[in-house]
Design a protein around this ligand. Structure first.
Ligand code: AMP
Ligand code: ZN
Length: 487
């Protein structure tokens, strides 16, 4: 399979350091506020990359940090009259909650910067000893000019960077390109004791020390948004190169920016929507579907009109799975299955081909929709004779492939029928078993019977009891069935 390595600006065959295993790291958020959907796009992209690698059979170890000490957190705490630790804890929890709501898998390892100070100090000491860093007052700086590999991640040239570099406010730095590994504490700021006096780590230091500690260098894949390529990832790589004489990562992957009317979505521009706000209004499946229609490296234009537009697509996909399952359990099964079986095989092959080409999720979705269309045609043609085996295989393929993209359909979405149906069926239909699916059938049959006998009161009582569970009765050509009520 091909993966685009941003370090070399080209796709390359995926070769892992250890056979069958992948160690990957994606820079996590600075926890001072709710994340916006631009941030979420980056985290979603790597969630899908991870899911697909697991689907391919790789054993993936995924680490993501929480940057829980930073100027932005300290400023927010000061504004609100709280401690930085309180702010960081609140937004760490908020981040984890919204990621789960967005159906993003938890990382295997989630280190917090404030719990890793020792590993960072060890790395800084080593850099000082090796002449790659120097102490000025209580600050420690990384000496960019002394790093022979500087520029390898982002392809930048140190001399050209110098031309563009602003003369910084801090006159103590030997070179404007140097960056802080350790920042001396200012009054009222959170700080830790260190050989250079009380202070806190620089942002670039965190990820590098955590990667080394938890995954070892080099790792297979290091990811983040394209805005992190320089200077953040460049600086991370420079530290690893000078501290341990190892590359930090073999493959660098960067996602394109989510934009609004052509501008990058960002806190500073004020053109943002938080993930929470969007997930309060739209299901995670819809937001994922919209975002995955664009390749992860391309910019993505976000608008609520586009998001509204995918709702119908998602409904058709969900409907297709429901109809296939329904046909599988209700049709005679006498019909031919070749056409649908072939469509399933084609969809699986096209999905793999697209995703093997640098995670082309738009192509993966096209394969899923191709199968959906073929399945709908098959159901229309086969009618009551549909083949149960073929319908089940098609429904399974739709659920599985969409699931690789984290789009949960049917049973995978946890839309099983509620257990309360068993009690209702006992009351209204004399049902004595304990299966919600059987209870649903018994209730529908009882309502049908009541209607046939023109016992409208009983028929309505059954319908109302079902509605009270948030379910609606849908009358189809093959009989009635229950489905979740539209909200
Ligand atoms: P931050 O908390 O600012 O470090 O951002 C967390 C992640 O979101 C980083 O990987 C950023 O590159 C990424 N990011 C920030 N803004 C956007 C955007 N508009 N579109 C996509 N990713 C973004
Ligand atoms: Zn990082």
């Amino acid at each position: 399979m091909l993966v685009y390595n941003d370090q070399y600006h080209k796709k390359q065959e995926l070769e892992t350091i250890e056979p069958g295993k992948i160690r990957m790291y994606v820079c996590g958020p600075t926890v001072y506020d709710q994340i916006h959907i631009g941030n979420a796009r980056t985290f979603l992209s790597f969630d899908v990359i991870r899911r697909y690698l697991v689907h391919k059979g790789y054993e993936v170890t995924f680490a993501q940090n929480l940057t829980d000490v930073d100027d932005k957190i300290i400023n927010r705490a000061n504004e609100q009259g709280r401690t930085a630790a309180e702010v960081a804890e609140e937004y760490s929890q908020a981040f984890i909650e919204q990621m789960r709501r967005f159906n993003i898998l938890d990382p295997d390892i989630r280190p917090r910067a404030t719990a890793e100070i020792e590993a960072m100090q060890e790395m800084i000491s080593s850099l000082i000893e090796q002449g790659s860093a120097y102490v000025v007052g209580g600050d420690v700086y990384f000496s960019v000019r002394d790093c022979k590999t500087y520029g390898i991640v982002s392809g930048r040239d140190v001399d050209q960077l110098m031309v563009g570099a602003r003369i910084e406010e801090n006159e103590d730095k030997r070179d404007p390109l140097d960056f802080a590994l350790w920042k001396a504490a200012k009054p009222g700021e959170p700080s830790w004791e260190s050989p250079w006096g009380p202070g806190r780590p620089g942002w670039h230091t965190e990820c590098c020390a955590m990667i080394h500690r938890y995954l070892g260098c080099p790792i297979d894949i290091h990811g983040g948004g394209s805005d992190l390529s320089f200077p953040h990832h460049e600086n991370e790589a420079a530290q690893a190169s000078c501290a341990w004489h190892e590359p930090l990562a073999n493959i660098w992957m960067h996602t394109g920016m989510l934009q609004v009317s052509g501008d990058k979505m960002s806190k500073s521009l004020g053109n943002f929507h938080t993930l929470k706000e969007v997930l309060d209004r739209y299901p995670a499946n819809a937001v994922r579907l919209l975002m995955l229609q664009t390749h992860y490296r391309s910019p993505l234009d976000f608008s609520f009109e586009r998001l509204d537009g995918v709702a119908g697509t998602l409904e058709r996909l969900e409907g297709s799975v429901t109809n296939l399952r329904w046909a599988a359990s209700h049709a005679s099964g006498a019909g031919d299955d070749d056409a649908l079986d072939a469509a399933v095989a084609t969809a699986r092959a096209e999905f793999a081909e697209a995703m093997d080409d640098d995670f082309n999720t738009a192509g993966g979705l096209a394969a899923i929709f191709g199968l959906m269309t073929a399945a709908n045609t098959y159901l229309d043609d086969a009618g009551a004779d549909a083949s149960a085996a073929a319908c089940t295989a098609a429904a399974d393929a739709l659920v599985e492939l969409a699931g690789v993209l984290g789009i949960m359909l049917g049973e995978a979405a946890g839309e099983a029928l509620p257990e309360e149906l068993v009690g209702l069926a006992a009351e209204h239909a004399g049902y004595a078993g304990d299966s919600a699916a059987e209870a649903a059938e018994a209730l529908l049959a009882a309502r049908q019977e009541a209607r046939a006998e023109k016992d409208w009161a009983r028929a309505d009582a059954i319908r109302d009891a079902i509605a009270a569970l948030g379910l609606a009765i849908e009358d189809t050509a093959a009989g009635a069935r229950l489905k979740a009520k539209e909200q």
